[in-house]
Design a binder for this molecule. Structure first.
Ligand code: GDP
Ligand code: MG
Length: 182
């Protein structure tokens, strides 16, 4: 439903950031939308979103990217947060295995509250922290394959793959919609 609805509008895609507290969701968004990084970011309460233009095949697409803004600390991400989402970035921290172990729970929550077709990328963030890695790249990749997700490792600190993570989701949504229109 969400897909059909949005194709008739102006290519404004709702994308949600999910994943455990402190994995770097807010910083991925800050890096992508404003090229900023906060070494000691504190989560604030309440839902926030930011609209960002993305060029796909010469066409301007708008991604409305939602950040949990700390709700996840209390396991209190509401169904309103997910409503109408057509894309998701499910983020874990490669230096904290616990956040990787939570991925299945986040997928369940995502599928409970949104369309099964929501385009999802599994994102292993903090790839810059080479000395303290607890989750191997191959583990992330294989989980993503099992669950039919895209996969990427990023660093909001050194910017690596941040644009690619968001663009992968936006491009795939765009392609699904293009196919439906034809
Ligand atoms: P959120 O709770 O998922 O939104 O996580 P935040 O974006 O608030 O980040 C939590 C902490 O991790 C902050 O101290 C960030 O500075 C730090 N952080 C976020 N992304 C990275 C990253 O890619 N590399 C490193 N080294 N630290 C990061
Ligand atoms: Mg946050």
């Amino acid at each position: 439903m969400a897909f059909e609805q949005q194709v008739t509008e102006d290519y404004l895609f709702k994308i949600v950031l999910i994943g455990d507290s402190a994995v770097g969701k807010s910083n991925l968004l800050a890096r992508f939308a404003r090229n900023e990084f906060y070494p000691n970011s504190k989560s604030t309460i309440g839902v926030e979103f930011q609209t960002q233009k993305v060029m796909i095949k010469g066409k301007e697409v708008k991604a409305q990217i939602w950040d949990t803004a700390g709700q996840e600390r209390f396991r209190a991400v509401t169904s309103a947060y997910y409503r109408g989402a057509v894309g998701a970035l499910l983020v874990y921290d490669v230096t904290r295995r616990k956040t990787f172990d939570s991925v299945a729970r986040w997928l369940d929550e995502l599928h409970t509250h949104s369309d099964m077709n929501v385009v999802t990328i599994l994102v292993g963030n903090k790839s810059d922290l080479k000395g303290s890695r607890e989750v191997a790249t191959s583990e992330g990749k294989s989980l993503a394959e099992d669950r039919g997700l895209f996969f990427i490792e990023t660093s909001a600190l050194d910017s690596s793959n941040v644009g690619a993570a968001f663009q992968t989701v936006v491009r795939e949504i765009y392609e699904i919609l293009s196919r439906k229109v034809i």
